[in-house]
Write a protein that binds this ligand. Structure first.
Ligand SMILES: N[C@@H](CCC(=O)N[C@@H](CS)C(=O)NCC(=O)O)C(=O)O
Length: 183
């Protein structure tokens, strides 16, 4: 989204559990961002770092209330999204054993909240532009159909997904649901 040059590396053969990687993330998980001397683990933290370091006011709010609202959605990405649609996908696509009923309930509640939030506004935070709140929540929502979650009934959410996918800088990946292709 920022057009920054970068290189993507995927650890192979269990490299993410080896000392060199654990020194960057003691949880042994991707993603990790390395920017010169700065090492940042965790996807939401990486968004925060990039927005604050390189995004300028367009991506990093100075207003305390807006920053609080932004953090609330980052927490939603780490909690409701991770333990709802992301978990269902892990189960259906990769065979992970989970409490399907609990994850399904969490997903439905989350989708209703998101759909209501997006009924009267284009982005999760009020305003003309997307924020890292949208970027944090979007991927596992657009991947939710891979976990058996139907998105079509959530019309405002579907429009938001289409808006995100139309942004310059959006990177597609296999499995992402494209609302306009369903119409
Ligand atoms: N809260 C972390 C979760 C990261 C995470 O779950 N990463 C998974 C891949 S999506 C992973 O590296 N799993 C390997 C493992 O836990 O051994 C984030 O958002 O970055």
């Amino acid at each position: 989204m920022l057009g920054l040059p970068h290189e993507l590396l995927a650890p192979t053969g269990g490299a993410h559990k080896q000392p060199e990687f654990l020194a960057m993330n003691p949880f042994g998980q991707v993603p990790v961002l390395v920017d010169g001397e700065v090492v940042v683990r965790d996807s939401q933290a990486i968004l925060v770092y990039l927005a604050a370091r390189y995004g300028g006011p367009a991506w990093w709010p100075e207003d305390a209330a807006r920053l609080g609202a932004l953090q609330a959605w980052l927490s939603t990405a780490a909690n409701e999204v991770a333990h709802g649609p992301a978990l269902l996908r892990m189960h259906k696509k990769f065979g992970r054993s989970i409490d399907v009923e609990a994850a399904t309930q969490r997903s439905q509640a989350l989708l209703q909240v998101l759909d209501a939030q997006l009924r009267d506004q284009a982005w999760l935070l009020a305003g003309e532009r997307p924020s890292i709140a949208d970027l944090a929540i979007y991927p596992y929502i657009a991947l939710a159909p891979e976990g058996g979650v139907e998105l079509a009934p959530y019309v405002h959410l579907c429009r938001w997904i289409a808006r995100l996918q139309a942004l310059r800088g959006h990177v597609d990946m296999p499995g992402l649901w494209h609302p306009q292709q369903q119409a």
